[in-house]
Design a protein around this ligand. Structure first.
Ligand code: ZN
Length: 375
């Protein structure tokens, strides 16, 4: 049975930020909590949004979102939301700020504790309602502005993926202007997150042909523009295309993701390293493409068509070449991952929600092989 659900209204182009006031009104938000991080505030993007809102709009700003959002940070933001009597969330930032904003909206609508909503324990059914949320991405990668999910590191160390159609923002404001100042490494890493979403979502066995079409279109755009966006961050056309790749990647992963994300989520938990999700995806992707190959003949052919690669091209090698071209590390060792980390990586990857939809079921030994290949 195919279940096809698309719920978001997305305003997409340079200047889209000017739609924020209308969307806040449409969502009946009179006092938003702006969920963001200190870096976004420092580069002036919070001020830019406040400028668009005008002086009369009441706001509360939470700018303490960590690089990988934690349950503790969610609770702190929710306390501020409650104390300041906010009635909705305006999430401004990369995946971290948007995910933290979604978690705050969930607590505001359905109450705590957050752990009860773990979808692997049947928690999605416990989500009663979610406070209205408008998402404004400042990177082109996660696509959290249109996705049904968010990821939080819990107090007990687990990295949980929460998923429900109710977590889709009321509106997404995709303004590529906000990504023009994104540093080169962040452009590369977030861009590879978007490309990985397109590839993994397309490869999952879930039946959703419209989402497959969206994934391949996103891949077409990302493959042709990521190198240019990394080389020259002011390339407006490349920035527009990468933001669309990101949005389409997330629209397509309503189908689910795969082993790349399962391992990235596991490695993202390693506290001493605080590794970037997109960089991890880039590094794991070649090994997973090799592992999945026996199940994916026809789909790999379609990926070669979308990327413009030769019919005989090796997809894993093409990804490794792209990673090298845009300056990403060649393996996990270069990122500080050690032999001793492997057992935990396997354990957590196998338990991750994304592992359930990999096109070729991966057992413990398979994960070990893929992790060692990625070292
Ligand atoms: Zn991702």
């Amino acid at each position: 049975m195919a279940t096809l659900t698309y719920l978001t209204t997305t305003h997409f182009d340079f200047g889209a930020v000017h739609r924020i006031p209308n969307e806040l009104a449409r969502a009946r938000i009179s006092k938003p909590l702006i969920a963001t991080d200190a870096g976004i505030r420092a580069v002036g993007l919070v001020d830019k949004v406040i400028g668009v809102l005008g002086k009369d709009v009441l706001i509360s700003i939470f700018d303490e979102t960590p690089g990988n959002p934690t349950e503790a940070a969610v609770l702190k933001a929710f306390e501020q939301y409650s104390c300041d009597r906010c009635d909705g969330v305006l999430a401004l930032g990369g995946g971290s700020s948007m995910d933290l904003g979604k978690a705050v909206a969930l607590l505001a609508g359905s109450g705590g504790p957050l752990a009860q909503y773990d979808p692997l324990a049947g928690g999605a059914k416990k989500v009663q309602s979610v406070a209205p949320l408008i998402a404004v991405p400042t990177t082109a990668g996660t696509g959290s502005e249109v996705s049904i999910g968010f990821v939080i590191i819990m107090d007990d160390g687990r990295k949980l993926t929460f998923a429900s159609p109710l977590f889709v923002p009321k509106a997404a404001i995709c303004d590529p202007e906000l990504t023009l100042g994104l540093p080169q490494m962040m452009t590369a890493a977030t861009g590879m997150d978007a490309i990985t979403h397109c590839i993994e979502a397309f490869l999952t066995p879930t039946i959703n042909p419209p989402a497959d079409g969206v994934a391949l279109d996103g891949l077409w755009r990302g493959w042709r523009n990521l190198r240019a966006a990394v080389k020259d961050g002011t390339d407006r056309a490349a920035r527009w295309q990468m933001m669309m790749c990101s949005t389409e990647g997330a629209m397509s992963f309503i189908k689910g993701l795969g082993a790349v994300h399962a391992m990235s989520h596991a490695a993202g938990r390693i506290e001493r390293l605080n590794l970037h999700h997109g960089t991890l995806n880039a590094v794991f992707l070649p090994a997973v493409l090799r592992f999945n190959a026996p199940e994916c003949d026809e789909k790999y052919e379609r990926i070669r068509q979308a990327t413009g690669l030769a019919p005989s091209a090796d997809l894993a090698e093409a990804i490794s070449d792209l990673n090298a071209d845009i300056g990403l590390p060649s393996g996990l060792s270069a990122m500080g991952v050690e032999e001793g980390d492997i057992p935990d990586l396997i354990t957590y990857a196998m338990k991750d929600l994304s592992a359930m939809t990999n096109p070729r079921p991966a057992l413990e030994d398979d994960f070990e092989v893929m992790i060692r290949e990625s070292l």
